[in-house]
Design a protein around this ligand. Structure first.
Ligand code: MG
Length: 161
């Protein structure tokens, strides 16, 4: 019988000039990008934390510290691949994820489906098991002022008991 485990992840990164913007592994056409030790992909970071949380394996900073030159400018999708390998070793596999991207800019309505497709492929899941939502914060705070983008993810894993 399969047992389900659930984890939650959150991340926020600052939007700055001179960086490419990556969201959920997709390069998004925008004049600024997310500042970070890696590519700053806030959605993939929140996803990794949700997966690690469901597996009770700590957080992304435990395994991929931003003080290590090894992870400098690395694509976050590479980190996601490493997290999936860790899960597999524990007999765990993603069963479903639900994601929220909080961004005033760029507008993500047209991109949500592409991001979902990419995440489903990266996770080895049917698209019916992956959901991506985009929200603004109604102009409030740092996200509303387009200074940052945040993401929240809840992930469910199945494990063989
Ligand atoms: Mg991060």
């Amino acid at each position: 019988m399969s047992v389900l485990r659930t984890g939650i992840g959150f991340d926020i990164h600052r939007l700055v000039e001179g960086r490419k913007l990556f969201l959920g592994g997709l390069q998004v056409d925008f004049e600024r990008g997310l500042l970070g030790h890696s590519d700053g992909d806030v959605l993939v970071h929140a996803l990794c934390d949700a997966l690690l949380g469901a597996a009770a394996l700590g957080d992304i900073g435990d395994h991929f510290p931003d003080t290590s030159p090894r992870w400098k400018d690395v694509r976050s999708t590479y980190i996601l691949g490493a997290v999936l390998t860790m899960l597999k070793r524990q007999g765990l596999a993603p069963a479903g994820v639900d994601c929220i991207i909080f961004a005033e800019q760029p507008k993500l309505g047209q991109l949500k489906h592409k991001i979902k497709e990419g995440l489903a492929e990266a996770l080895g899941l049917d698209e019916a098991c992956v959901n991506v939502k985009a929200k603004t914060t109604e102009g409030l705070g740092g996200i509303g002022g387009s200074q940052a983008i945040a993401a929240q993810v809840i992930a469910t894993l199945s494990c063989k008991d």
